[in-house]
Design a protein around this ligand. Structure first.
Ligand code: SF4
Ligand code: SF4
Length: 190
């Protein structure tokens, strides 16, 4: 049986992630299976515990939410069917809304924005456009030329291996459909 909560912030997270965080009994299985756990200061099970306790901002401002790669292993393993990955995605949204994104996550956010923008514009990824926007966004954030050039040496080997496509692919035919999907996803939670 699912527990219920009266805390409106927790209810909102549960509705957005379609889950019941209060069902978590802290077995730690999600953290044990997370491929990013050894990089995280706050483990996935601890993030869930913070949300259970109403410490939403404390969870949202942690770097760990941005280190999550959305592989869904945690959600698949949870014996209580808690959608941990969905909760972490919601914490990312909250950290953007509340302007408390961890400073070290700025480049991760820049990459995610650049990726979504290229999908929005073309309906599919466009690698050149993606790399260019990511690098510009990253540089405008920290003005660090070393970081801006960090991946340059990978360009040639990737191109030679056929992993970097210089030809700009045609956008999908039904771009209006892509824009409708984005519009629906941006709809505020009811
Ligand atoms: S696997 Fe599920 S029940 Fe166990 S700690 Fe993680 S969220 Fe809680
Ligand atoms: S979805 Fe995120 S938190 Fe869950 S196992 Fe994957 S990386 Fe870890």
């Amino acid at each position: 049986m699912s527990h219920t909560t009266q805390n409106p912030e927790i209810v909102k997270i549960e509705q957005t992630a379609h889950t019941h965080v209060c069902d978590c009994y802290q077995c730690g299985k999600c953290s044990a299976g997370c491929p990013m756990a050894d990089k995280m200061e706050v483990l996935p099970s601890t993030l869930i515990r913070l949300v259970q306790c109403g410490e939403i901002l404390e969870a949202a401002k942690s770097l760990s939410v941005w280190q999550c790669v959305s592989c869904l292993t945690c959600s698949a393993r949870c014996p209580k069917s808690v959608n941990i990955a969905g909760v972490i995605d919601t914490l990312k949204e909250i950290s953007i809304e509340k302007k408390c994104v961890h400073p070290k996550a700025a480049r991760i956010l820049a990459f995610q924005r650049a990726f979504l923008n290229t999908i929005y514009r073309n309906g599919r990824t466009n690698e050149l456009e993606l790399v260019a926007e990511y690098k510009i966004r990253g540089f405008l954030n920290d003005f660090n030329p070393l970081l801006a050039m960090k991946d340059a040496s990978l360009g040639l080997p990737m191109f030679l291996l056929g992993k970097l496509h210089l030809k700009i692919g045609a956008p999908v035919r039904d771009k209006a459909l892509v824009k409708r999907i984005f519009k629906k996803c941006n709809k505020p939670t009811q």
